[in-house]
Write a protein that binds this ligand. Structure first.
Ligand SMILES: CC(C)(COP(=O)(O)OP(=O)(O)OC[C@H]1O[C@@H](n2cnc3c(N)ncnc32)[C@H](O)[C@@H]1OP(=O)(O)O)[C@@H](O)C(=O)NCCC(=O)NCCS
Length: 172
């Protein structure tokens, strides 16, 4: 009964609250000057937009946002490459020590806590939550609405809506 209730609660949150397809850009909103996670993300978004749209000042704009990125990357001690493919709605709640390989791809509305590493070609689906200190060693794919527990070490594919914990990570 307990397990059933927990599953239902998770299902409700999966179905009604956070989409795995449609980015919720409010999750990335900058709130105030000192907001390192959203500001780090914003520098990546603006850099990529400048590179994509071109125009006479695009090079200058891209350079400005690359410098801005360097600042927030230093503050957060995080390495999220300027060319990473990140869909909208990524939440970096405590943005310290996050390492994301340039080949990683992140789906809409994911959440990544501190000290997380996405090593190599890790592909996250939509609305994937990754707990503090987790390491995902690619190549691997994580399905929509999956949850990775704090300090888990994931070495293989994760199915949709799965919750993975431990080293090596197992599904619970
Ligand atoms: C993985 C997680 C999402 C599971 O949450 P949940 O569905 O509520 O699971 P429960 O707490 O009921 O735990 C279920 C079982 O998994 C174990 N477990 C939960 N999280 C674990 C983890 N990170 N590592 C190892 N085991 C874990 C529990 O001990 C429990 O084991 P038991 O059934 O043998 O008693 C959650 O525990 C977690 O790790 N969240 C990340 C939170 C985080 O990083 N927050 C940072 C805030 S600053």
């Amino acid at each position: 009964m307990f397990v059933w209730r927990r599953t239902q609660e998770h299902q409700v949150s999966v179905d009604q609250k956070v989409s795995a397809q449609t980015p919720d850009w409010t999750r990335e909103q900058v709130r105030g000057f000192w907001d390192p996670g959203p500001k780090l993300l914003r520098s990546i978004r603006r850099y990529q937009a400048a590179r994509k749209h071109g125009g006479p000042l695009a090079g200058l704009r891209a350079r400005f946002w690359a410098l801005n990125h360097l600042f927030w990357a230093t503050i957060t001690q995080s390495e999220i490459h300027l060319n990473c493919q990140i869909e909208g709605g990524l939440r970096l709640t405590h943005p310290t020590g996050i390492i994301i390989h340039p080949e990683a791809r992140i789906g809409p509305n994911c959440m990544i806590f501190h000290q997380v590493t996405l090593a190599g070609a890790v592909v996250l689906g939509g609305h994937v939550d990754i707990g503090a200190g987790a390491k995902l060693l690619g190549p691997l794919t994580v399905g929509d609405h999956a949850r990775i527990g704090a300090n888990a070490v994931v070495t293989g594919d994760v199915r949709e809506e799965a919750t993975m914990v431990g080293i090596p990570a197992r599904e619970i």
